[in-house]
Design a protein around this ligand. Structure first.
Ligand code: SAH
Ligand code: SF4
Length: 353
């Protein structure tokens, strides 16, 4: 190997074949994997069951670093947000949202986003680049460092879940996301189960089928409208992958997985928040035979956005109507608003208005 390789983000079999090139036997893979992903070590010299010679060889051939933490902020509601910088100077935000005895780390998959949804702060900036698998995983590793959660059992972890709901459209960076999820779920390392990972997408239909086959994580669809025309007005991707086709694919996903599909529905004042919209949604779900759960999300305004949040009364009436039709429709209030950590508020630092 000529130049140093990033170790974090290599699949086990890739690490194995690099070690083979260095003349190391295959059992070393598991040892190194555990130091990196179970004990969270960032220094080869702390890997005490490896010979000094091997530790030196590893140091000469691999990079084992974390992104730099530029700022770390905590909200009054204990939501935490880190601004992280990668080797090329690009920055992203990662958020931890605590619940009583567990919590989710919200991870970004791209710098910016090409989807251009009208209500989204990330979408108002162009796509700069995809994140590598290593960069996706290392956001979670930073959170584990900060909460000192290496080497502890699953049920005791505060960082129990992962949501791919930060900056970017995960299915536009498919290969790296698949690789990252495989590493995050590996039982000899980080060990987060598939059931605890939710992938949120604006609806890239072909990849929804693939994700079903390759990963089987929980799926959340950003719906945000109850008919095709309205969805196209706020989500340009709907012109390429229209609502009826999207719902058909959701139906198929559910046939394979059972359970329910989560739909995120942003409550936008006077746009999609009337009772008639709730009725229309319920009819759609019946038509496509989808067992749906709706997360009604309070819209988080940002400077320069045309939309306004719906009133609490409207949101409650909307939720009640969906429940009357038999659908769960919890209201998601924004977390971490004071530190701009809520959904749709993440943006690269240098792009902030
Ligand atoms: N690109 C993926 C995942 C990241 S966005 C997707 O769109 O699903 C995560 C969630 O935040 C999506 O449901 C998105 O619609 C929502 N969101 C975007 N802008 C928002 C805003 N201003 N207020 C509240 N939620 C927002
Ligand atoms: Fe991209 Fe999701 Fe924002 Fe749309 S809502 S612009 S897909 S990050």
């Amino acid at each position: 190997m000529n130049e140093k390789k990033e170790l974090i983000g290599l699949l086990k079999e890739e690490l194995s074949s690099y070690l083979k090139e260095l003349g190391e036997p295959s059992f070393r893979t598991k040892q190194i994997w555990q130091w990196v992903y179970f004990y969270g070590k960032t220094d080869f010299h702390e890997m005490t069951n490896l010979s000094k010679n091997l530790r030196l060889k590893l140091e000469q051939n691999f990079i084992l670093s974390r992104p730099k933490i530029i700022t770390s902020q905590q909200s009054v509601d204990k939501t935490k947000k880190w601004l992280l910088e990668f080797n090329d100077g690009q920055r992203i935000e990662t958020v931890y949202i605590p619940e009583t005895d567990r919590g989710a780390v919200c991870i970004s998959t791209q710098i910016g986003c090409a989807m251009g949804c009208r209500f989204c702060h990330t979408g108002s900036q162009k796509l700069t680049r995809d994140l590598t698998a290593g960069e996706i995983i290392s956001q979670f590793m930073v959170a584990r460092d900060e909460y000192k959660e290496w080497n502890i059992e699953g049920e005791k972890r505060k960082l129990s879940n992962i949501v791919l709901m930060g900056m970017g459209e995960p299915l536009q960076n498919y290969d790296n996301v698949v690789k990252a999820v495989k590493i995050l779920t590996d039982g000899e390392g980080i060990g987060i189960s598939k059931r605890r990972i939710t992938l949120s997408t604006s609806g890239i239909i072909p990849y929804i089928r693939d994700i079903d086959r390759d990963l089987g994580v929980k799926l959340a669809i950003s719906l945000h409208a109850s008919n095709n025309e309205q969805r196209s007005q706020i989500m340009p991707i709907n012109k390429k992958y229209p609502l009826p086709e999207l719902l058909q694919v959701c139906h198929e996903y559910q046939e394979n997985h059972g359970g329910y599909i989560t739909f995120e529905y942003l409550m936008l004042k006077d746009f999609n928040d009337k009772i008639s919209h709730a009725e229309e949604l319920a009819m759609l779900m019946k038509k496509y035979q989808i067992n749906a759960k709706f997360n009604l999300i309070a819209f988080n305004p940002w400077p320069g956005c045309d939309y306004k949040p719906s009133s609490n009364n409207r949101i409650h009436a909307f939720s009640q109507k969906l429940q009357d039709y038999g659908y769960a429709a919890p209201i998601r209030t924004a977390r971490g608003q004071d530190i701009l950590a809520a959904c749709g508020q993440l943006k690269s630092e240098k792009e902030k208005i």
